[in-house]
Design a protein around this ligand. Structure first.
Ligand code: IMP
Length: 209
């Protein structure tokens, strides 16, 4: 018998996020197509929410309105303890230009006086799966770690070069020094997607699917 696969539209224009989400979901029978492939490239709503949850919903809704089929959206960011959780929901547009280089430079500058022992931070991802009938599943994943004083590594995106996840603390390897598989084994996004899969499985068991 042919395996039944689910197809969801991913509400992101970020190719790194798309690659991570695709790799994490594919083994579980869930295929993602990009919003561009679904004909909704222009769906880029302003992220006016005060929380990751609100922004994930805003993104999912904007794409759903154009494609009329189930949409999965991730809103994510970095929360530094010494900065009371900043950059948080403003992670993508923390600096004036919003480029990864400028965002990282601003973060390092603000953290300059923070001693090594207090440079703890976490990445947060909230994923929302929104269906055309308005039904939504929401899941959160976190990854704790610490921030270096200089970036290391070439992989990934965003703040990856500055962030050492707790799982790689002894080796002091940043997200940007991990292979895609290693990052997906511990990342906030992969954890949120795992929690979402559990909810999907529970719904199936309930016969709602
Ligand atoms: P969003 O696309 O509005 O959710 O913004 C997410 C922002 O948070 C990105 O632009 C990055 O700056 C940061 N971010 C989220 N996840 C990651 C990650 O896995 N690595 C590095 N930076 C991330």
């Amino acid at each position: 018998m042919k395996e039944k696969r689910n197809i969801f539209v991913a509400a992101t224009g970020n190719r790194h996020k798309m690659a991570e989400m695709t790799a994490v979901m594919e083994p579980f029978g869930i295929d993602l197509i990009s919003k561009a492939e679904a004909g909704a490239a222009g769906a880029e709503p302003e992220e006016t929410g005060a929380t990751f949850e609100e922004n994930a919903y805003i993104k999912a809704k904007a794409v759903l309105e154009r494609v009329g089929r189930p949409v999965i959206a991730d809103d994510s960011g970095l929360a530094a303890d010494a900065l009371n959780g900043a950059p948080g929901v403003r992670s993508a547009r923390f600096s004036e230009t919003g480029s990864d280089a400028d965002n990282n430079a601003k973060l390092l500058e603000l953290m300059e006086a923070v001693p090594d022992g207090a440079r703890t931070a976490k990445f947060v991802s909230v994923v929302t799966l929104l269906y055309p009938d308005g039904h939504a599943l929401v899941a959160r994943g976190e990854c704790a770690g610490r921030l270096l004083r200089n970036g290391k590594g070439e992989n990934g995106f965003g703040y990856d070069p500055l962030f050492v996840p707790a799982e790689y603390d002894a080796e002091e390897r940043t997200f940007a020094q991990l292979s895609p598989g290693e990052k997906n084994a511990v990342s906030h996004r992969a954890r949120a997607l795992a929690a979402l899969r559990e909810q999907l499985a529970a719904e199936k068991d309930d016969g709602k699917e």
